[in-house]
Design a protein. Structure first.
Length: 399
C-alpha cells in the first residue's frame, strides 16, 4: 500500500487529495477541449470556481447526511472541524454528480443539456481515477471474500463488524469494480456519440444513460457494502435514492421514445380488469427484487441481529457469560475470567481502552450517573468492542 501522506518543505500533502485533485483536473481539461470543439461559450476562472464550490459542498453535504453516525461521537467531543476534514475522505460521488448538475443549470441554462452530455462523456473517466483514492485510504471495500482479487484491509480501517477477523482476511474491492464499470461506460458512451447520429451531444441521451447506468451499478454494489445505513427492506439510504433515480429516468426515457405513444394506445384499449392485472404484475416484480436483495443482505448479519434480540430486556449475567464463552472474544482473550478497568469520570471514559491491546485487558466497566443512553468516544482504539448495557442489575441492550 503506498504512503497516504507526503512531506515537502515542511508541509504535509495527502495522497487522497492528490488523486481527487488529479481526477478533477482531468475532468476539467476534457470539458474544456470538448466545449471548444462544440464552440460553446467559454467559462472564466470565476465561473469554474463557482462550479467547483457547488460540487464540493454537495459532495461533502451528501456524505454527512447519509453517514452522520460516523461523526456524531466527534461532535459530542466538540470536534466540529471534523465536518470539514475532506482530506481524510468523505466525499460522496452521488452528491458531486448532483452538485455538477445544479452547477451547470445555474451557470448555463440555455445549453444545459449540451453541458450535461459533455459531462457524461468525461465524468466516468474522472470517477475511475478518483476511485484510486479509496484504495489509498483503504475504504469502499465490501464483504469478506475468498476470490483471488480480494484485498486485505488493516484493522484500523475496518468497520466494527469485521475488525476482529484474521488479518489475512480479504474483502471485495468495490472501488475497483466501480472503476472498471465506469471505464467501460465511458467507452460505450463515446462510441455511441461518435457512431450514432441520434446519440450526438445536446439531446440529453448521453447524460440520462450515464445517470441510469451508474445508478443501477451503485444500487447493485451496495448490497456488498458493510457500512451502509439500512432504512427499510434491507436497503440503504443511497440505494433508495438510486432506485428512485433509476425509476424516474426510466419513465422519462420511455416518454421521450416513440414507443410511448404505441404503449399508451395499447393501454387505453384494454379493459380495467386487464390494466389491474398488469399493474399487479409490475408491482410483484418490483417486490420480488426487493425481497431477494434484502434477504441476501440480512443473511450476512443474521447472527448479530439474533444476538441483539436475545439480549434485549431479557438476558441476565449468567446468559452473558454463556454467550461470551462461545463468542469470538473468548477465543481471542484465551481466558475464562474477564478483567475490566473501571471508568467513572469524563476523562477516563474519553480515554477508555485507547492505546491498549487485548493482552492488557479484556474489557472496561463504564459507570454513568443516570440510566440514559450516553454517547462517548474513545481515542486511538486498536480493536473492536462489544457493549453490554446494564440498568438495575439487568442487561438491557447489546451493541
Amino acid at each position: 500500500m503506498p504512503a497516504t501522506t507526503y512531506q515537502f518543505l515542511g508541509l504535509t500533502f495527502y495522497g487522497y487529495g492528490f488523486l481527487v485533485g488529479g481526477a478533477v483536473a482531468l475532468v476539467w481539461w476534457r470539458l474544456e477541449i470538448l466545449s471548444q470543439q462544440l464552440k460553446l461559450a467559454p467559462l472564466n476562472l470565476g465561473r469554474w470556481l463557482e462550479l467547483g464550490l457547488i460540487t464540493l459542498v454537495m459532495a461533502r453535504g451528501w456524505h454527512l447526511a447519509t453517514d452522520w453516525s460516523i461523526y456524531w461521537p466527534q461532535l459530542i467531543q466538540g470536534n466540529w472541524l471534523s465536518l470539514l476534514a475532506v482530506w481524510q475522505g468523505g466525499l460522496s460521488i452521488l452528491g458531486a454528480i448532483l452538485g455538477l448538475a445544479i452547477g451547470w443549470w445555474w451557470l448555463d441554462r440555455r445549453q444545459f443539456l449540451t453541458r450535461l452530455d459533455i459531462l457524461a462523456l468525461v465524468l466516468p473517466i474522472g470517477q475511475a481515477v478518483g476511485r484510486l483514492a479509496n484504495w489509498l485510504n483503504q475504504e469502499l471495500y465490501g464483504l469478506p471474500t475468498q476470490l483471488p482479487w480480494g484485498i486485505q484491509i488493516e484493522a484500523i480501517h475496518r468497520v466494527a463488524a469485521t475488525i476482529n477477523l484474521p488479518s489475512e482476511t480479504k474483502f471485495h474491492p468495490l472501488f475497483a469494480y466501480e472503476a472498471l464499470f465506469l471505464l467501460g461506460l465511458a467507452w460505450l458512451l463515446g462510441c455511441l456519440n461518435q457512431t450514432q447520429r441520434n446519440w450526438r451531444v445536446g439531446q440529453g441521451k448521453l447524460w440520462l444513460t450515464y445517470l441510469m447506468s451508474y445508478s443501477l451499478m451503485r444500487f447493485s454494489l451496495d448490497f456488498l457494502r458493510l457500512d451502509r445505513s439500512q432504512v427499510g427492506w434491507g436497503l440503504g439510504i443511497n440505494q433508495w435514492i438510486l432506485l428512485s433515480v433509476l425509476s424516474l429516468g426510466g419513465i422519462f426515457w420511455w416518454q421521450r421514445s416513440s414507443s410511448w405513444q404505441r404503449f399508451w394506445k395499447f393501454w387505453s384499449l384494454k379493459s380495467k380488469k386487464r390494466q389491474l392485472w398488469i399493474t399487479r404484475g409490475v408491482m410483484l416484480g418490483v417486490f420480488s427484487c426487493l425481497v431477494v436483495g434484502s434477504s441476501w443482505q440480512f443473511g450476512k448479519f443474521n447472527q448479530a441481529q439474533k444476538l441483539s434480540q436475545f439480549f434485549s430486556n431479557q438476558a441476565d449475567l449468567s446468559q452473558v457469560k454463556l454467550q461470551f464463552n462461545s463468542s469470538v472474544a473468548s477465543k481471542i482473550t484465551k481466558t475464562s475470567e474477564v478483567t475490566v478497568i473501571l471508568a467513572k469520570t469524563d476523562s477516563s471514559r474519553t480515554q477508555g481502552l485507547g492505546d491498549k491491546n487485548l493482552t492488557e485487558t479484556t474489557g472496561m466497566l463504564f459507570w454513568f450517573p443516570t440510566s440514559d443512553r450516553w454517547a462517548f468516544w474513545m481515542k486511538n482504539m486498536r480493536f473492536g468492542l462489544d457493549f453490554v448495557w446494564m440498568a438495575d442489575d439487568r442487561v438491557v441492550e447489546l451493541t
